[in-house]
Design a protein around this ligand. Structure first.
Ligand code: AMP
Length: 223
């Protein structure tokens, strides 16, 4: 049976930080639409160019573009046993489209993992966030800097600041989350999808332990 999970939360909640461990525990690939857009952008593909203007100002890329990119990703053979979606769906339209795409395959969202963090903490975190351009590992300029400035501890790639991580853009992204993305939670709650809420304002290891415990309760069998 496939295991399709949603990692949900505002920008800076720690979705990207937690995703690898959660995906590993669930035995499914980590699919992050933000990473996919950034990948397109770094290759200057047409899709990347279309998405750039929206991303730079902290707005959502239109549903038509986002849904077709995700739909194509779901056709990958590695997605047959399920996916951990990170940053998707971000609108009710995307949620409906996702349910349709999974439904065609006889699947549905198994659970939504919601990481909650207060707004001011998000701004503080994101405005110090640094990301490896090669492997996506995240650091924090003050609290968790890379061992060698500008160099990823894990892969040696270049560690940099995301263009959309300025305080102004972070506030815009948070407003978009409140207006357009939060309703997705109510949509799944109404549908009866299991929702696991985790307090993301704690140490990352504690948050990870909570998420992994939730996964082990969901998985069809021991990992
Ligand atoms: P993230 O890395 O998830 O914070 O995404 C970075 C940016 O990519 C967002 O601020 C949006 O501009 C765009 N993006 C990522 N996922 C989506 C989505 N599901 N729908 C629309 N835009 C998205």
């Amino acid at each position: 049976m496939a295991l399709d999970l949603l990692l949900f939360g505002p920008p800076g909640a720690g979705k990207g930080t937690q995703a690898a461990a959660v995906a590993r525990a669930a035995g499914v690939p980590h699919v992050a639409t933000g990473d996919m857009f950034r990948g397109h952008l770094s290759q200057s593909s047409e899709l990347g160019m279309q998405a750039k203007a929206y991303m730079d100002r902290g707005a959502l890329v239109p549903d038509t573009i986002t849904i077709s990119m995700l739909s194509e990703r779901l056709t990958g053979s590695d997605a047959e046993a399920g996916v951990l979606l990170d940053g998707f769906p971000r609108t009710i339209g995307q949620a409906e489209a996702l349910d349709g795409m999974l439904g065609e395959r006889g699947r549905q969202v198994a659970a939504l993992l919601s990481i909650e963090v207060p707004a001011e903490e998000l701004v503080r975190r994101v405005s110090g966030r640094l990301v490896c351009r090669d492997c996506g590992k995240t650091f924090h300029a003050l609290e968790a800097p890379p061992r060698v400035a500008g160099v990823c501890d894990d892969c040696g790639g270049e560690v940099m600041r995301r263009v959309d991580d300025s305080e102004e853009t972070v506030r815009a992204r948070y407003a978009v989350f409140r207006e357009q993305t939060e309703p997705v939670l109510a949509y799944y709650r109404e549908f009866g999808t299991p929702i696991v809420t985790v307090d993301g304002a704690r140490d990352r290891a504690v948050v990870e332990a909570d998420l992994l415990a939730a996964i082990s309760n969901l998985s069809p069998g021991p990992a």
